[in-house]
Write a protein that binds this ligand. Structure first.
Ligand code: CTP
Length: 399
């Protein structure tokens, strides 16, 4: 989604300026055209040549010597931008922007652009917490700037506190979210479930399954990048929590059902990518079960079937992990659970097994259309599914 986007990356004079090189590198690798604008003091912390080498583009430092391709300097740059990101943003730049002062290339671009603007502040804790800075940030927020809150930790001054530049992945996640606002799912609300539920046996043990959560997380991130407001309801996974969405952590099928019921209230679609346990122990032992008897029998009872039981006027997309008669079994589930679309995959196929980064699926929809997709990354599969969701939502809107 970053491919072919023009991102103006403003760098100001903070010790965190060197981290901007990493941001520029990740954005460039993702295919974005990164136009770096540095303030004078930023160039004291990191050399323009570093950014130039990373982005393969001229770096703009001087108001009066714009790079050759920007014939009218800041205006052309402001117009070319899909998004302007200032990371790190110092208290000084924040104050200038709040006051509408434009006395360098960066502040001129910000004042002249119609693109969304993201600020990632980085400064000393006292400067950040000072009410002047807080007022300035509140003012900019009210004007539509997106602020990526700084993280807490050890600052250069040796103090511990708020003021460190936010995590790079967080900043990039927010850039994607902001760029996605004009995507084909803009204004839509999607609920996505992910991971394998865990049904407790005693305080130390549970019944689980092999789901990694990767498919659900890829679904949630793809939906975010296309502009949707996403609620991700996730069972425990080893994945990093995605940025730019509401994330609800649950463990059991019953908890997932409750979280789904709450989240779908205003949803346009529910995508159940989670591997929900079908059975749970009838009773959960209060104390750890001791190794006393030679054998142990656990009595299991059915968990709620979330897709079947959750009611409301939204699209329902289910997954069917099958090991035989894939299409026939999946079609049966589609009908039984009254789904709009089911995504069937063959879990005996190594390339689309649990934990893989790829998936080979067949999409079967309520109109009987069967579409066998080639081996794709989970993110590509997610986008194919969302293409269908977009189509169904458009059809529904026409009715
Ligand atoms: N699902 C659900 N609630 C459950 C079990 C499954 O909502 N208690 C959802 C899954 O998230 C998936 C779809 O139903 O989207 C199909 O899940 P799957 O495990 O393949 O099917 P089951 O209905 O559990 O049938 P079986 O295990 O017998 O194949």
């Amino acid at each position: 989604m970053l491919a072919d986007k023009t991102i103006v990356l403003g760098i100001t004079g903070s010790i965190a300026a060197y981290k901007a090189a990493d941001i520029a590198s990740k954005l460039t690798q993702a295919g974005a055209k990164v136009e770096v604008v540095m303030t004078d003091s930023a160039t004291k912390f990191v050399a323009p040549l570093t950014l130039r080498s990373i982005t393969g583009r001229p770096v703009i430092t001087d108001m009066f010597e714009p790079a050759a391709e920007f014939k009218i300097g800041h205006i052309a740059l402001a117009e070319a931008a899909d998004v302007v990101v200032i990371a790190p943003a110092t208290a000084n730049t924040i104050a200038k922007l709040a006051a509408g002062i434009a006395d360098d290339m960066l502040t001129c671009v910000v004042l002249a652009t119609k693109a969304p603007i993201i600020l990632a502040p980085a400064m000393n804790v006292n400067m950040f917490e000072n009410s002047i800075t807080q007022d300035n940030l509140a003012k900019l927020k009210a004007r539509g700037f997106t602020i990526v809150d700084p993280a807490s930790g050890r600052l250069t001054s040796g103090k511990i506190g708020l003021g460190r530049l936010a995590d790079i992945d967080k900043i990039i996640g927010i850039i994607k979210q902001v760029l996605g606002r004009s995507g084909d799912l803009a204004g839509k609300r999607l609920v996505v479930t992910a991971g394998g539920t865990q049904e407790p046996i005693d305080p130390a043990r549970h019944i689980g399954n092999r789901s990694s959560g990767k498919m659900g997380y890829a679904m949630a991130e793809a939906a975010r990048d296309r502009g949707a407001r996403v609620t991700l309801i996730t069972a425990p996974t080893s994945l990093l929590e995605p940025i730019g969405m509401e994330v609800v952590h649950i463990e059991t099928a019953a908890q997932m059902k409750e979280a789904v019921a709450r989240a779908v209230a205003q949803a346009d679609a529910l995508i159940m990518a989670a591997a929900v346990a079908d059975y749970q122990p009838k009773a959960v032992a209060k104390a750890k079960i001791k190794k006393e008897s030679p054998s142990l029998t656990l009595e299991l009872i059915r968990t709620p079937d979330i897709l079947t039981e959750v009611k409301g006027d939204f699209l329902k997309v289910g997954f069917a992990a099958e090991s035989q008669d894939i299409v026939a079994n999946a079609r049966q589930k589609l009908e039984k659970k009254k789904l709009d679309l089911i995504v069937a995959n063959d879990i005996t196929d190594k390339e689309s097994a649990f934990g893989a980064d790829t998936n080979k699926v067949t999409l079967i929809d309520r109109d009987g259309k069967v579409d066998s997709l080639p081996l794709l990354t989970k993110r590509e599969v997610a986008d194919k599914i969302l293409d269908r969701v977009v189509g169904f939502l458009a059809k529904k809107a026409r009715k």
